[in-house]
Every structure is written in structure tokens, then in C-alpha cells.
Design a protein around this ligand. Sequence first.
Ligand SMILES: [Zn+2]
Length: 163
Amino acid sequence: MENYDFEMPTPCQHCGEIFDLNDGFGSEKWYPNTVICEECYRKEEEEIEEDERWETVNNELSNALYGLDKEDGAWDKLSDENRALILHIVNRRYSPEEGKVRGGSTIKWETFTDESYHNMIAVRPIGDTDFNSPRLFHFIFPENAEKFKLLAEMAFVAKPNGG
Ligand SMILES: [Zn+2]
């Protein structure tokens, strides 16, 4: 690219490359009311599409989850598939690096009667003794706890923090 070919050479706000102002596009997100080069405009467009995708995901999730926190047994009514998916996402949130490295490997979970929680059947990763752990779950029926334990061992790919 040689600058003298341009009618109105303009440095792009985003990448610094010189482009012809006539060939540029109005930035919508990064630099409102500013013309940026075509390449950056395309990248910006992709980013905007990605933002919109996540906005849709978030809206659909809020609709689906609306009020579930106030319903008894909501977790048990979710399908096994959805529960596994939620756990998988949460787990990656807690230790993404380890999740990647360990790939398909699993950790062991245990069930026990939780005297400090209405004698419900608790399920947790072995060694995760934190009372407030996001990975401590309670069930009324032992068979549900056992089923959940199996599900968790399939879904979880990383150890609890520090475990
Ligand atoms: Zn640019």
C-alpha cells in the first residue's frame, strides 16, 4: 500500500494503517461516529455479532430460569442432560486451566448424611469439605443422591481448588 494512491489518506483509529477515507466504514461499537478501515470494521462486526449471540443466550437463560430459585425441587426437575451441562460450565468457571489439561478425567465424589443440614443426603467431591462449597449438593432421597453423584463424576473434569 502506498499512501499517494489515496484520495483522502486516513490513519485507522484501531490498527493505525492508512486507508482511503472513501473506503472506510463508520464504526458502531469501538469508535462511534468515526470511520475505520474495512478490515477493522469486519472485525468489529464479528464482535458485535458475538455480543448479540450472548445477549440472546442470556435472555433465553433468564426466561428459562425465571423463578426457579423459589421453587422446591427445581434442580431435580431439570433433565440429567441440563444438569450435567450446568455443572460442566460451573466447573470450568472454577478451574478452567485444570479442566483443559485433565480433559476427560474425573474426580471421585462421595455421599453422606449431613447432620448439619436436616439429615439430608449430601454429595460433594471427596476432599471438598468447605461448608459453603458451590459443589456441595443436598438430596432428600438417597437414590437421587447416588444418581447425581454418577452424573457429577461424568461431568466434572477438574479437582476442587487446592484438592
Ligand atoms: Zn484498521
